[in-house]
Design a protein around this ligand. Structure first.
Ligand SMILES: [Zn+2]
Length: 509
């Protein structure tokens, strides 16, 4: 890599914490104060309601019937990730209905007030690739790798796609989607791109969408291939679009999951939906072929992008393609080295994804730390070997941007989410900085990436609606969910002829 290939865009917009030439807080506070003054003009002054109790939750829930309700998150440490807004050591976020109305210091508004003291207030995380239908198979292939069905017992294609997936009924897909979504809401991941390859019948697709919808979460449903003769892929895309996605103003949006193929990509574009595909090497040459045919565009999201050559990367970069990297899974399962640095070298801000819960957790703290430590390990090793002109080490802020705005871009939702910005929808998390695993608070992005875990996720809003409050999901019967998913799991394993193996010595029928 030469200096000419240095990363651009967001990777160069933030200097390190201790650069005296970068008094970022002063500048950002000034920007924020200006915004607050302007944005708040015309709002009535005064506050309503006490904070921090179950009574507040009751009021929040009741207020949701009013599309013009206002909620003020008050006195938090605000990490907006929007350079126009800035960050605030102590600031407020005002929500009106489902949108963010204003961000600033000491906002005055008639609103239901939520005490954000001790909290970092920031955008919800966005996971850009998640096979949510596999949730009933959590951990079952933890020691496994990729590999064709004949490659051995512990391969993904052999066990997950070859043994379990074929026996899925629609209700198995539904409960998997629901539990995966609620679990990620609990972990502050307010949006996912669901890549459930289980559309064996139209009813399976309907069940996936039902689970996503019931969770109250934001999600991109990517219609994907299924197995067996009843699969209507890809033409059922048009029915799904008409039935569930006729409005763009909803939490669920639609994409087509399609390997590089001119006909399928044309169908997606005819329907006006973005395209997502897995790219792990290009042995068949189909990826390069669609590139050479001029079919790659900014509506493409490419998952993994491991084992690619310079031609591939140039095609992605030149056409504005989005990239999703699942660093923990790619390291664990032999996809190839996660191409974080390669993407940055080509001026691409990668997004982050969790991929499969049969092998790895779906929490973004883990995924962010995997990305952060991997990029630094590889660059550090080059530095120790004496190499000069190295790319910069990834910063915590950059990693958070990948896990929020980068994800929103990959999901084609950056007009709606990804930063705390006036006018965007209020997908907001409050993560507790007053806990023993993180106090005293000295560095906000550093705390989020290097110290926090899901136990710090205190309160979560999706489009202005409260879904997690003071550490607990709102209105979710966990015991019932567990009963349902265990029943479903038992059914799948029985139909697959698989005997339970809690201590992981075997993973095949
Ligand atoms: Zn995948």
């Amino acid at each position: 890599m030469s200096d000419d290939n240095r990363p651009t865009g967001s990777t160069e917009t933030h200097k390190t914490c201790c650069d005296p030439a970068e008094p970022s807080r002063r500048g950002l506070l000034a920007a924020g104060a200006g915004l607050a003054g302007g944005a708040m003009a015309g709002l009535p002054a005064g506050e309503a309601a006490a904070a921090g109790t179950s009574a507040t939750l009751e009021r929040l829930k009741r207020a949701e019937r009013d599309p013009a309700r206002r909620v003020l998150l008050k006195g938090g440490t605000v990490l907006s990730l929007d350079p126009q807004v800035g960050d605030f050591e102590r600031g407020d976020v005002l929500i009106e209905g489902k949108k963010i109305l204003a961000i600033g210091r000491e906002l005055a508004a008639t609103a239901l007030v939520v005490d954000a003291g001790g909290m970092i207030v920031m955008p919800g995380f966005v996971d850009t690739h998640h096979h949510q239908y596999e949730t009933i198979l959590r951990g079952i292939l933890a020691d496994g790798v990729l590999g064709a069905p004949g490659d051995g017992k512990r391969t993904y294609q052999g066990v997950i796609q070859g043994v379990f997936t074929p026996v899925y009924q629609p209700e198995d897909a539904y409960i998997s989607e629901l539990v995966a979504s609620l679990n990620q809401l609990n972990a502050g991941v307010t949006t996912t791109v669901d890549t459930s390859q289980v559309s064996h019948t139209p009813a399976h697709s309907d069940a996936c969408i039902a689970g996503l919808k019931e969770s109250g979460r934001r999600a991109v449903y990517t219609y994907s291939p299924g197995l067996g003769p009843a699969s209507q892929y890809p033409k059922d895309l048009l029915r799904l679009q008409a039935q569930y996605f006729s409005s763009a103003d909803q939490l669920l949006t639609l994409e087509l999951n399609a390997a590089p193929n001119a006909d399928n990509w044309a169908l997606a574009r005819q329907a006006g939906v973005p395209i997502i595909c897995h790219i792990v090497g290009d042995r068949s040459g189909s990826f390069e072929a669609v590139g050479k045919a001029g079919l790659m565009g900014p509506d493409n999201e490419y998952i993994h992008c491991t084992q690619l050559n310079e031609t591939h990367w140039k095609m992605i970069a030149d056409t504005g393609g989005k990239v999703s990297i699942a660093p923990a899974i790619e390291m664990q399962m032999r996809h190839g080295m996660p191409p974080l640095q390669t993407a940055l070298d080509h001026g691409i801000q990668p997004s982050l994804s969790v991929d499969v819960e049969c092998n790895m957790t779906a929490d973004m703290f883990t995924i962010m730390r995997a990305a952060f430590t991997l990029q630094r390990a590889l660059v550090n090793e080059r530095s120790l070997a004496g190499e000069q002109n190295l790319p910069p080490l990834l910063t915590c802020r950059q990693v958070i941007e990948m896990a929020t705005l980068g994800g929103a871009r990959a999901a084609h939702l950056d007009g709606k989410i990804g930063t705390l910005s006036p006018g965007k929808e209020a997908d907001i998390i409050m993560v507790a900085a007053d806990r023993i695993n993180v106090f005293p608070l000295n560095n906000v992005p550093g705390t989020v990436v290097t110290l926090m875990d899901t136990s710090n996720v205190e309160t979560v809003f999706v489009a202005g609606k409260i879904v997690k409050w003071q550490g607990k999901l709102v209105g979710v019967d966990l015991a019932r969910l567990r009963r349902m998913i265990e029943k479903s799991r038992d059914g799948v394993l029985a139909r697959a002829g698989y005997r339970s193996d809690l201590f992981g010595t075997c993973c095949a029928a």
